[in-house]
Ligand binder design. Structure first.
Ligand SMILES: Cc1ncc(CN)c(N)n1
Length: 226
């Protein structure tokens, strides 16, 4: 099911190096229940409302990435990723509206420790490191969701009919989302070549794997609310 896109190059090596922690992220029980349509509503609500806040901070991290790049084509690619992050928000607003929650209430909720841990970790990597460090912290989010969305959309175990989470699955399994992810992976490759990814691999891998673990903790935060 996985496209070669996820297995090749620097991204493929970082993903592989994350090992079981990567599998724990992309095959988390939260996702298994979401795919079956059995995930308790409070778990999804907790996840999605926190994800709204998460995406706002991730957009900030992408804005930081834009400022750390040196060429216009690279800046355009990172800006497209920033816009793709912001373009996820209508999905969140639509779900919340159906639960009687407006955007002002979504923005006013308290941030969970898991949201804070993940987003501030990525921002800290961005502030203390260079564009390559920051890309290593950002990619588990961006590319991981494409892998998850595609996997769920094409899995025979996924129930779409009557599944309240079907639009979430369609959103991340969408070809348009994948196209954006391809560009983000290509940007990692290009910046990696410019900035000595080979000799920095151990450190980049540590960043990538930490972000992967923070993704799993984010799913678990949702499950803990059920
Ligand atoms: C926690 C998390 N990680 C990744 C994504 C996909 N951009 C997201 N919406 N939320």
């Amino acid at each position: 099911m996985y496209t070669p896109l996820f297995e090749n190059g620097l991204y493929g090596r970082l993903r592989q190096q994350a090992g079981q922690l990567w599998q724990d992220y992309v095959d988390h029980p939260f996702l298994q229940q979401l795919a079956a349509g059995t995930l308790p509503k409070p778990a999804f609500q907790r996840y999605l409302t926190q994800d709204y806040l998460f995406l706002i901070h991730f957009a900030r991290a992408y804005a930081l990435l834009v400022s750390k790049l040196r060429t216009l084509p690279e800046m355009r690619t990172a800006t497209a990723s920033l816009n793709a992050i912001v373009a996820e928000l209508p999905l969140h607003v639509a779900y919340c509206t159906s639960w009687g929650l407006d955007e002002e209430q979504m923005a006013a909720q308290a941030e969970a420790p898991e949201t804070m841990n993940y987003t501030r970790y990525v921002l800290d990597i961005g502030y203390s490191g260079d564009a390559l460090d920051l890309l290593a912290a950002l990619l588990p989010c961006v590319a991981g969701y494409a892998e998850i969305g595609l996997g769920l959309l094409h899995s025979p175990d996924t129930v779409m009919a009557g599944n309240p989470y079907a639009s979430w699955i369609r959103n991340y399994g969408d070809e348009g989302y994948l196209t954006g992810v391809q560009s983000a992976i290509q940007l990692l490759e290009n910046v990696g070549q410019q900035r000595g990814a080979e000799s920095r691999f151990a450190e980049l891998s540590q960043i990538f794997t930490t972000a992967t673990q923070l993704e799993s903790a984010f799913w678990q935060m949702g499950l803990n609310a059920s």
